[in-house]
Design a protein. Structure first.
Length: 194
């Protein structure tokens, strides 16, 4: 295995284990074993577990951001842009349940609190551009297309239900097909539009 391959194996093992067992249930020794590397090898790539967790999240964020931008209708009305983002995100998470479980755990952990705060406040600009959701909500409020709520409430109204139905789909409580996905995202739009 070349060095990038070992790093990729470590990242994949960490993703799987953390998605399955949580941050505390995935010690570095277990990650090393799953990745098929010595425990010391991990530390060639990651200073410690916190760095591994943060870098894994950043890689997932980059991956999701790239998917969201594919076919993003920048010149279309706000509703169409919102529907594109919602459907794309929901489909991505349905197709990548480990990624969803990791991101959900990250956002609901001490690791993710600062990241979420920075995104909502607009101080996190890692992808070389603004946060696409924050930008859309700010534009929607300023143009009076969306309800005049603080961004954190708009995020909750728009994506709280989306995350819940994604989780329920992954758990087998509901089967989301294209029609149900479209109706769900429309309902999310209805919750934020004026």
């Amino acid at each position: 295995m070349s060095k990038p391959d070992k790093r990729d194996e470590i990242v994949r093992a960490a993703l799987e284990l953390i998605a399955e067992h949580g941050f505390h249930g995935a010690p570095m020794a277990m990650v090393a074993e799953r990745a098929g590397v010595g425990a010391g090898t991990i530390y060639r790539y990651f200073e410690n577990k916190d760095v591994l967790i943060a870098e894994l999240y950043e890689e997932l964020e980059d991956k999701i951001y790239a998917v969201l931008l594919e076919g993003y209708p920048t010149e279309k009305p706000m509703r169409e842009r919102f529907l594109h983002l919602g459907k794309t995100l929901l489909r991505f998470f349905i197709e990548n349940p480990l990624d969803f479980r990791y991101v959900e755990q990250f956002h609901n952990s001490p690791y993710g609190v600062a990241v979420r705060r920075d995104k909502i406040l607009g101080t996190r600009n890692k992808n070389g551009g603004c946060d696409i959701f924050r930008e859309l909500f700010e534009e929607g409020v300023s143009q009076q297309v969306m309800k005049d709520f603080p961004l954190v409430i708009l995020f909750a109204l728009a994506f709280g239900p989306l995350l819940a139905v994604t989780r329920d789909h992954i758990l087998g409580f509901v089967a989301l097909d294209d029609t149900l996905i479209a109706r769900t995202i429309e309902a999310c739009w209805d919750s934020v539009r004026r």
